[in-house]
Design a protein around this ligand. Structure first.
Ligand code: UTP
Length: 305
């Protein structure tokens, strides 16, 4: 798999959820702005989309979450002050988000589910766009690069291409799990042919060890599918129901297996692991944090009852 096919022009980032697993902080701070070391999750996904070749980010927001989009707007006053004070490293950090990619926003009036959030982006798509990328800002997928591989797979298979991670059986009940009827590996890329999905199965009922991670390249047919699927509990429209509908219509759906780290930034436990993982990779914070963690864990073992 070496072709470097074009990634869809538009990357949709749904960010209109309530973030209840992260209360109380999400009462006033959108979870997409919580810092992973010093950079908000929304900037990390914007950088990932830009790196893969997407040209614009469509952020789905809700009333009161304007600060998520504000992160991508130049702050001339702050930039002038930093420049005057000679703080060039800081200036570079402040300018980074706005320079990454063109950002637009669409308001989801009510939190009616991930599928509904994605459907809100249809109104701003160009007629010639036959596919979109969707990146969930809750999911940190490291190292980056899987979106490009997914685009390459789509160039061969057509249809829609999702992202999978392999999960140990004892953890599988926390995930949406793929039902798969074919696995092939080509130049280190494992591709699954997806026939369905089971949400949070009991370990012995999981149809495969492959769980969905929050990266999608979706054929434009997804918008038609989203209109057709009935809302589930709480009036929510699920993206997985629309994908299942497409599979039922014979639409090809594949998944690329991501070999690397995946963190769930949407809950405090996953977020902490992500922050530590990212900090350990950095030259400025990594060495000191590593020493401190070793000491901290050692003293815990020594003083354990
Ligand atoms: P989640 O269910 O993980 O996010 O949705 P949430 O609803 O914010 O979190 P909890 O469960 O209350 O803690 C996955 C992604 O879909 C977005 C979320 O912002 C998140 O990025 N989403 C979800 C929407 O944009 N709109 C919705 O109606 C629901």
């Amino acid at each position: 798999m070496r072709s470097a096919a074009a990634t869809p022009r538009t990357a949709i980032v749904p960010a209109a959820g309530l973030g209840t697993r992260f209360l109380p902080v999400t009462k006033t701070v959108p979870k997409e702005l919580l810092p992973v070391v010093d950079t908000p999750g929304i900037e990390l996904v914007a950088a990932e989309a830009a790196e893969a070749g997407a040209q614009r980010l469509v952020i789905i927001t809700s009333e009161g979450k304007d600060s998520v989009v504000a992160h991508f707007i130049d702050d001339r006053e702050l930039e002038r002050t930093l420049a005057e004070r000679g703080k060039h490293d800081m200036l570079e950090k402040v300018r980074r988000a706005a320079a990454l990619i063109t950002v637009e926003s669409v308001v989801q009036p009510e939190p009616l589910g991930l599928g509904h959030a994605v459907s809100c982006a249809e109104a701003v798509l160009g007629e010639d766009e036959d596919a979109v990328a969707v990146l969930l800002p809750d999911d940190l997928v490291l190292p980056t690069g899987v979106l490009q591989t997914m685009s390459d797979v789509r160039a061969q298979t057509g249809g829609s291409v999702l992202c999978a991670i392999e999960v140990p059986q004892q953890e599988i009940s926390a995930y949406g799990v793929f039902d798969v009827d074919g696995v092939r590996t080509d130049h280190d890329t494992t591709v699954l042919r997806v026939t369905g999905m089971v949400e949070k199965p009991a370990p012995h009922r999981a149809p495969s060890p492959f769980a969905a991670a929050g990266r999608y390249i979706l054929d434009r047919a997804i918008f038609d599918a989203l209109r057709r699927v009935a809302p589930g509990a709480g009036g929510e429209v699920q993206l997985t129901d629309a994908i299942a509908w497409l599979i039922g219509q014979g639409h090809p759906v594949h998944a690329v297996v991501h070999r690397g780290a995946r963190h769930d930034l949407g809950n405090p436990g996953g977020y902490l692991k992500a922050a530590i993982d990212m900090a350990l990779r950095r030259e400025d914070y990594g060495p000191d944090l590593r020493r401190w963690l070793i000491d901290r864990l050692h003293s815990e073992e020594t003083h354990a009852p």
